[in-house]
Design a protein around this ligand. Structure first.
Ligand code: UDX
Length: 433
């Protein structure tokens, strides 16, 4: 049985807000603290500053149990389990920057009957280092596995919950387990270092799957196989599984690039060269560049060519553009002398001057008008709904589509007179011949 107990959430970013709203939905009083007063003011007014399906509704529904504050003392005096959800961005060397976590540890002050429950992704060994300094405070590693765009659902129906603690924090770990018990997910109870490693290894493995299928896609293009068929056939093997076998123009987002580099660096710092991860990263970078080659194959020089980029967010159903492939592509294309026109249904406002030099558009049609080629970067459903055979064909100067997510109906596009290039699908010329 889950007992209701007050919960502290420190850092009300994407992870923190989903965690806070999720626990409030489960009936707990939640004291959520962020250092940004504008953010807290907005949340108190009921405004949710993040595009995440279902989150606004969850926050509104549980308003009475959600107490937003900028004051750490409010959290410490009301809750003993303090979920640390602050950011751990990569440094220039690929290591994780732990300064926000360090600040939280400092801010615990002289409180002793509390436990820090680490949701933020941290290098293996972080928990042990914190415990050495703060043996008077409990420590539980409870990494988050939420996917952007499905985070609320992932909170309510996790595949598993990982709870890592040493014997001295066993009671706190039991309480964390209890909080999640009603969700019915398997709970992996382990030591702190293993919990930290489960998180990094999971993301590194998923990224490896993506780079692997992307290389299969590239070879398939050479050999005339269709990666979609290959992935389907592979995925039915239970040992492989069907997920994360979608070939595309590379993974992005706030987690995979950061966590793969962090694990590689962590291994390197311990004296172990993690060769496989070096390749995973390199394949992902090369994958973004192949799009330029596909455009050049049909257009020759890209100087003064108008290229429409459909999608900016690193994946659909989010406005997150961290490590978004579209940003890299836009700059590479401009570097080749092309004019870039870009449209995304929700993410353009976040670009600031990151898209300087490109034209941002209010609709897909506006981006496609007069274009020499369209590149589908993010698989937003509305891009499939476009009237490709009619309006789009009329709007574009040259009917060339590079589908970076194998998302569009290739047969319909070809039938409508488009030159279609997917990822790991038989080359246009091979099919047309
Ligand atoms: C990921 C993990 O899935 C999640 O468990 C962790 O907590 C945070 O990192 P997220 O970054 O939200 O979540 O994105 P995810 O849906 O996993 O996709 C990551 C990237 O991989 C996207 O750019 C996506 O387009 C790409 N991807 C995913 C592929 O290219 N092919 C696939 O088959 C799957």
């Amino acid at each position: 049985m889950s007992e209701r107990e007050p919960i502290g959430v420190i850092g009300v970013g994407w992870v923190g807000l989903v965690t806070a709203a999720g626990f409030a939905e489960l009936g707990h009083e939640v004291y959520a603290r962020d250092i940004l007063s504008e953010k807290i003011d907005a949340l108190r007014r009921g405004e949710v500053p993040i595009h995440e399906p279902g989150l606004e509704e969850l926050v509104a529904k549980n308003r009475d149990r959600l107490h937003f504050t900028t004051d750490m003392a409010d959290v410490i005096s009301n809750a003993q389990l303090l979920f640390c959800c602050v950011d751990t961005p990569p440094t220039y060397s690929g290591d994780a920057d732990l300064s926000s976590v360090e600040r939280v540890v400092e801010e615990l002050g002289d409180s002793t009957d509390h436990a820090l429950v680490m949701k933020s992704t941290v290098p293996v060994g972080t928990g042990r280092a914190i415990q050495r300094r703060r043996a008077d405070v409990g420590y539980v590693a409870c990494p988050e596995f939420l996917k952007e765009g499905a985070a609320v659902q992932d909170f309510m129906k996790p595949d598993r919950v990982v709870v890592g603690a040493g014997p001295e924090s066993a009671d706190f770990a039991d309480r964390v387990e209890n909080l999640y018990a009603q969700l019915g997910a398997p709970i992996v109870r382990t030591d702190v270092a293993s919990a930290e490693m489960i998180k990094l290894a999971s993301n590194a493995f998923l990224a490896t799957k993506i780079s692997f299928i992307n290389e299969i896609a590239n070879v398939s293009e050479e050999l005339g196989a269709d990666v979609e068929e290959v992935a389907r056939g592979m995925g039915l093997d239970e040992r492989i599984g069907p997920h994360f076998l979608r070939a595309g123009i590379g993974y992005g987002g706030s987690c995979f690039p950061k966590d793969v580099s962090a694990l590689k660096q962590l291994a390197g710092n311990s004296g172990y060269h993690f060769q496989l991860l070096s390749s995973v990263i390199e394949v992902n970078e090369l994958q973004k560049r192949r799009t330029i080659g596909k455009l050049q194959k049909h257009l020759g020089s890209l100087v003064d060519r108008e290229i429409a980029l459909l999608g900016l967010a690193f994946k659909p159903h989010t406005d997150d553009i961290r490590e978004a492939t579209a940003l890299v592509l836009a700059h590479r294309l401009m570097g080749e002398g092309a004019a870039v026109r870009i449209y995304d249904p929700v993410a353009l406002n976040n670009a600031g001057d990151m898209l300087a030099g490109a034209t941002t558009c209010k609709s897909a049609e506006e981006a496609l008008e007069g274009a020499d080629a369209a590149v589908l970067v993010t698989e937003w459903p509305e891009f499939r709904e476009l009237d490709w055979a009619g309006t789009v064909k009329d709007l574009m100067r040259n009917p060339l589509v590079v589908d970076g997510r194998n998302f569009l109906d290739d047969e319909a596009l070809r039938a409508a007179g488009f030159t279609y290039e997917g990822i790991g699908r038989p080359a246009a010329s091979a099919v047309e011949a």
